[in-house]
Write a protein that binds this ligand. Structure first.
Ligand code: SAM
Ligand code: DTB
Ligand code: SF4
Length: 323
């Protein structure tokens, strides 16, 4: 197969990226990489528009899984206040507020390994009511069975978020209670049910560049690219095993965004968790490198996110329109 040089502008969708090709993109001079990513971005998107989603934790804490980054695992003492499933009215109230502040999508997350069938009934009601407000809906509930994906599709769910988190090689260092294949299986079921896929990962967990390459390769070589690709910078939470991870070089983070944009030209690349620890200038570089979605609102699931007023001002300074 003819593999184009890393600095040749590629605009089509591919699903056969090799680690060498992705590594060559990562190694480009920074200006070449960002310029390449920005050119690809402009072919598929308006570069001055950023999609905004708001998150709500609908069930918080006491999760049986051992994800080393997560404040919600029952195994780590993070001082988190646990909460049972929120009542429908509370969720709808929060969704209404998110819409009023300009969000177009409302993402509801639950600290489950996998929902039981009976957990799904109240969540389906939430999807229907949030959708009725004119918002796009997204859920992240853990692993799903085929029947569950079909029920969620029938309820009108627009997106399901389920992350691969890192490369297959590094994965075992971070999570032992579910396999990489379990994640791929859930993603395949979500896809088969006709729900849009939101799938990405976390960087800054002490992984090597080879693992960032491995993660992006997994995402880009899916039969269909995820419509939405959240790139999270680890939020270090006291009490979790990853609390003392070394900071990732911000330039390497921007490179990761740029490579994601080049590999998945038609996907929304979300500058996801971790913005609270980023300067405005770093976020501007991420938008230049092709990020075109963020979480908006003071809280992610359990950790802080930049204040909406600050984001509004940043968008204004950059001439970005929230969509
Ligand atoms: N429990 C479900 C699951 O894990 O599939 C859904 C909720 S879980 C909190 C959603 C995603 O949030 C995780 O897959 C992970 O990528 C991200 N996440 C959790 N804690 C994080 C942290 N401290 N920093 C960055 N991302 C985090
Ligand atoms: C995703 O990739 N990031 C969001 C969303 N999908 C569900 C979650 C980030 C969670 C950050 C840690 C917390 O607030 O608990
Ligand atoms: Fe549980 Fe999800 Fe946190 Fe893992 S990331 S511990 S599955 S809530």
């Amino acid at each position: 197969m003819n593999t184009p040089a890393a600095n040749t502008l590629q605009t089509g969708l591919r699903h056969n990226w090799t680690t060498d090709e992705i590594g060559s993109l990562f190694s480009l001079p920074f200006s070449d990489l960002v310029s390449h990513a920005q050119q690809v971005h402009r072919i598929h998107f308006n570069p001055n528009q950023v999609q905004v989603s708001t998150l709500l934790s609908i069930k918080t804490g006491r999760c049986p899984e051992d994800c080393g980054y997560c404040p919600q695992s029952v195994r780590y003492d993070t001082g988190l206040e646990n909460e049972e499933l929120l009542p429908l009215e509370k969720v709808v109230e929060q969704a209404r507020a998110a819409k009023a502040k300009g969000s177009s999508r409302f993402c509801m997350g639950a600290a489950w390994r996998a929902p039981r069938d009976r957990d799904l009934e109240p969540v389906i009601e939430m999807v229907k009511e949030v959708k009725a407000l004119g918002l796009e809906t997204c859920l992240t509930l853990g692993m799903l069975s085929e029947v569950q994906t079909e029920r969620l599709k029938a309820a009108g769910l627009d997106y399901y978020n389920h992350n691969l988190d890192t490369s297959p090689d590094f994965y075992g260092e971070i999570i032992t209670t579910r396999t990489y294949q379990d994640r791929l299986d859930t993603l395949q079921r979500v896809r088969a049910a006709g729900i849009n896929v939101c799938c990405g990962g976390i960087v800054g967990m002490g992984e090597a560049r080879a693992d960032r390459i491995g993660l992006l390769q997994q995402l880009a070589n899916q039969p269909q690219h995820p419509e939405s690709v959240p790139i999270n910078l680890l939020v270090k939470v006291e009490g979790t095993p990853l609390a003392d991870s070394e900071d990732l070089d911000p330039i390497e983070f921007v490179r990761t965004i740029a490579v994601a944009r080049i590999l998945m030209p038609g996907s929304f690349v979300r500058l996801s968790a971790g913005r609270e620890a980023m300067s405005d200038e770093m976020q501007a570089l991420c938008f230049l490198a092709g990020a075109n979605s963020v979480f908006y609102g003071e809280k992610l699931l359990t950790t802080p996110n930049p204040a909406a007023d600050h984001d509004r001002l940043l968008f204004e300074r950059l001439g970005i329109e929230a969509v």
